[in-house]
Design a protein around this ligand. Structure first.
Ligand code: AMP
Ligand code: ZN
Length: 434
């Protein structure tokens, strides 16, 4: 099923002319209203009028996460604050989040895109959608919520957490669709089984839309089997709009259609910044072409994928991106939260008595992500009382919780026990098997 036949099946030529028209309008808009973009364009000797074809995209400067941080919180908004009806945020590379805004029309666009996403998964009016994406500054909860309402489904806005209660509700309310992170789906299944409930038989769920973190074909098979459902991959990021940037169709389940009438995708070589042809793997870059409050020009996602232009059996003409296979930076997603090891490092370095030698051990136990921080203490602290060590451990756990909202375990180790490396230090040991 297709939510918006008119746009989702546009022939390439018509789509490209629409994209060009919208791109030009976006470029005009950011040049006129966002000092950051004007400065960047001026430095590059670029005028909006230089963009005459889609090929000219490559003339546009890239935008990166630190640009968002440097303009914290509202510096990249392209409308006055009084036109912004919503803000969302996601963790950035420092303690401060990156902040995005939406006008009323942006919220409307987003609901449309999420309506397309859910429809592509076969969800429709009459379905009951159990939405376990977190509600709040994170885009997942409200994004899926508005999309489900737009198609006329009944939404259970359960948000994340309180798993046993979620299972009771899933059994009693009989949702036919679920939206959450893939790891949370597996955790729900574990807890359900502990409660004597069989997710394949005792729930009415038919389909799930899973995303917001990396997962694999193997995990898809597991989820589909455990719940006896179809599991589709959905993708998005706060900077671009939230979920609803691309999504799989249930007919093919092979790659995520990018909503190209709203976002122009590119794959670039992360080293040189050169655009790569279809089929080649590289860093995903998006330009938004319909957003009002927070347009992004050539935003470098750091996510690794490739684009496939082959026509799909579902009838959509939009290119498909391969499921995300990695990142060009060290960002980890722990229980749905973006965690940058560099941030943990700076938190550790502010604590008296700790050495700059640490390791993060990431694992998944009972389908829940865990993180352990192992860090060396200096000789003086090490020979001090045990009590002193406990104080430091508590402080590490507290500071990291404060920074990301994620609980970790801290283990202080003797000086010179963490393995030294001759090249790049291996700071993260990720034992999660996706
Ligand atoms: P956030 O802005 O906090 O929602 O985080 C966005 C990031 O989550 C993306 O840049 C990806 O790294 C990751 N992400 C979102 N959806 C998926 C997905 N379906 N598969 C893999 N990674 C995803
Ligand atoms: Zn398709």
């Amino acid at each position: 099923m297709i939510w918006n036949e008119e746009f989702e099946t546009l022939p390439r030529e018509a789509l490209e002319s629409l994209q060009l028209k919208r791109l030009k309008a976006t470029v005009d808009r950011v040049y006129a209203t966002v000092p950051f973009y004007k400065k960047k364009f001026d430095e590059a000797g670029l005028k909006p009028s230089h963009i005459k074809s889609l090929k000219d995209m490559r003339l546009l400067p890239f935008t990166v996460k630190t640009d968002l941080r440097d303009n914290y919180p509202f510096g990249l908004f392209s409308v006055p604050m009084e036109s912004v009806v919503r803000v969302h945020a996601s963790s950035g590379t420092t303690g401060k989040p990156i902040v995005v805004g939406y006008t009323r029309r942006d919220i409307d666009t987003w609901a449309e895109l999420m309506a397309r996403t859910l429809t592509a998964a076969g969800i429709h009016k009459g379905d009951i959608v159990h939405n376990s994406y977190g509600y709040g500054l994170f885009t997942g909860g409200l994004g899926a919520h508005y999309g489900a309402e737009r198609i006329g489904a009944s939404v259970i806005p359960i948000s994340g957490g309180n798993t046993k209660r979620q299972i009771m509700i899933m059994k009693d309310f009989g949702p036919t669709a679920i939206t959450c992170t893939p790891s949370y789906a597996l955790h729900l299944a574990d807890v359900a089984r502990d409660m004597g409930i069989d997710p394949a038989k005792d729930f009415k769920i038919r389909v799930g839309c899973f995303g917001a973190e990396p997962w694999s074909e193997k995990m898809r098979e597991q989820i589909e089997k455990i719940f006896n459902i179809d599991a589709v991959d959905i993708f998005g990021l706060t900077e671009v709009i939230g979920p609803g940037v691309s999504s799989e169709c249930i007919e093919a389940k092979r790659g995520l259609h990018v909503f190209e009438d709203h976002f122009i995708p590119e794959i670039i070589d992360p080293e040189t910044g050169e655009p790569l042809p279809y089929g080649e793997k590289g860093e995903l870059v998006f330009t938004s072409i319909t957003k009002e409050a927070f347009p992004v020009i050539r935003y470098r996602t750091r996510d690794i994928s490739c684009l496939n232009p082959e026509l799909c059996i579902c009838g959509r003409t939009f290119v498909r991106m391969e499921r995300i296979t990695g990142r060009t930076d060290d960002m980890l997603i722990i229980r749905g939260v973006n965690v940058f090891p560099s941030q943990i490092e700076s938190a550790l370095m502010q604590i008296e008595g700790l050495e700059p030698h640490y390791q993060l051990i990431v694992d998944r136990k009972n389908n829940l992500d865990t993180i352990e921080v192992q860090v060396e203490v200096n000789e003086r602290i090490f020979s001090d009382e045990v009590k002193q060590l406990e104080v430091i451990e508590k402080r590490v756990v507290h500071d990291i919780k404060e920074m990301f909202g994620v609980s970790c375990k801290c283990t202080l180790v003797e000086p010179k026990t963490i393995q030294r490396s001759e090249g790049k230090a291996k700071r993260v040991i990720d034992k999660r098997q996706l």
